[in-house]
Ligand binder design. Sequence first.
Ligand SMILES: [Zn+2]
Ligand SMILES: [Zn+2]
Length: 221
Amino acid sequence: MKFIHSDICMLCDEPGGTIPNLCEACSRELPAVREPCIACGASTPTHVDLCGACANRYPPVDRTICAVAYASPVDYLIGRLKFHRDLRVVPTLAGLLQRAIASEPDVDWLVPVPITPARLRERGFNQALEIAQYLSKDRGMRITRSVHRRNRSEPPQSSLTNSAARRANVAGAFEARAVLEGHVAIVDDVVTTGATVNALARCLKSAGATRVDVWAVARTP
Ligand SMILES: [Zn+2]
Ligand SMILES: [Zn+2]
């Protein structure tokens, strides 16, 4: 699958490069997560594989890979997609993630983080599914749509600042309607505290998944 390349970088208007809609200079300068924890993708103190929280208690997610850090100008790009429906951003985010997972083995299933039907109606698309579709076309990995998000009046995760509140908010939020065996990768745009992907990983493991990784475009620092 070849992405449709625009000739113009969305950040500086220079000619585009390898990542769709970004020039080489802008894509090289995107912020990276420093010394990421292999389990949750958060930045760690230097030269350790696991952050303090994951060393203390390994999360249900086995491994997390995030392409970039959620900082300027990545927050701007993701905001263009989420709040302005600028769909040019989809191949850009997918291209960044595709590059980050290039040396990862194929998984049996891609699981885009589901959104509620109400949110889908309001937004018109699920950004995680849009990104997963690019990865699926590129590598031939299958997407499962058998995992659902329960439609209840939960406040959006972005409105909750503390991690205990976020964890409580998403516990039991997901439901798998089919058996899912093998190695699964959850696909998302931004991982913040990890509460959402951990709740989803727990659901996938109860549905039969033996290993659950997270492939996300961005991680909050
Ligand atoms: Zn540029
Ligand atoms: Zn960690």
